[in-house]
Unconditional design. Structure first.
Length: 258
């Protein structure tokens, strides 16, 4: 088996189970532990996973978010539910900003239902899906391409956003704790903040499993958002904390996948 094929199978196992162990991988692929360590080193350097003692994981850490290629294959039903709820905030004729991320990519495709729209995005998956669509005026933000986030980021992106204005921005986050939303990448944080600043309203999208976690950088105060959408109710303690802070959380109803 070629190295590339083995590494793709490791990625598939991570999508299914979120963690892998060196011993199990060595036995599964009939190779040495050293070979597996080299595979994990390659994937970690590419931003796909983070190594832990005895193996690797794709669970987010304070300084780690898994590669877009991993995230786009996870939590499909939750993403659809949140995207449907977010779509209700959009009316034909609006100018809409959508940030990076696999959650946002699901919403980006759904925006076709609300055309005509002007869509401003740095998300390469949304650019690819919406380009050439009738009724969509697509403003694709440039910048430095990040394969990890499948998005364009940096000074060019931020400068373009400073000269644009939208009716609403849809912002996703991998971590919420207390009154704050977090992200582990400073370039992503700056792009998201620029979108919030350039929009009349903003909506935060966060998987309920990411509530109660932090990351390296504070992205925004939850009070900065007009709407906060999640896919399922967090713990009672978190809900009580939000109530005390006057933060309203919208729970997206489960979607019929039939």
């Amino acid at each position: 088996m070629k190295r590339e094929e083995r590494q793709q199978l490791i990625v598939n196992l991570l999508v299914e189970g979120k963690t892998v162990e060196v011993d199990d991988l060595a036995e599964r692929f009939s190779v040495s532990k050293m070979t597996i360590h080299r595979d994990l080193d390659d994937l970690e350097q590419a931003g796909v996973l983070r190594k832990v003692r005895g193996g690797a994981t794709i669970d987010a850490g304070t300084q780690f978010e898994s590669d877009f290629r991993i995230r786009e294959r996870q939590g499909g039903e939750a993403k659809v539910a949140m995207a449907q709820e977010a779509l209700a905030l959009v009316e034909p004729g609006m100018t809409v900003m959508v940030n990076d991320g696999s959650m946002a990519a699901v919403l980006g495709e759904m925006l076709l239902r609300k055309r005509p729209l002007t869509v401003i995005t740095n998300n390469a998956a949304i650019m690819e899906r919406l380009k050439g669509e009738n009724g969509i005026a697509l403003i694709a933000l440039g910048g430095i391409y990040s394969a990890k986030f499948n998005a364009y980021l940096g000074v060019v992106t931020e400068e373009a956003l400073s000269r644009l204005r939208a009716d609403i921005a849809f912002i996703s986050t991998p971590a919420v704790s207390g009154r704050l939303a977090y992200h582990m990448d400073d370039n992503v944080v700056r792009a998201k903040r620029a979108m919030i600043s350039s929009s009349a309203r903003s909506c935060l999208l966060v998987n309920h499993q990411r509530i109660g976690h932090t990351a390296l950088h504070v992205m925004a105060d939850l009070a900065d958002f007009d709407t906060i959408i999640t896919d399922s109710a967090p713990t009672a303690a978190v809900l009580n904390e939000f109530d005390r802070a006057g933060i309203k959380l919208t729970i997206a109803p489960a979607q019929d996948q039939a």
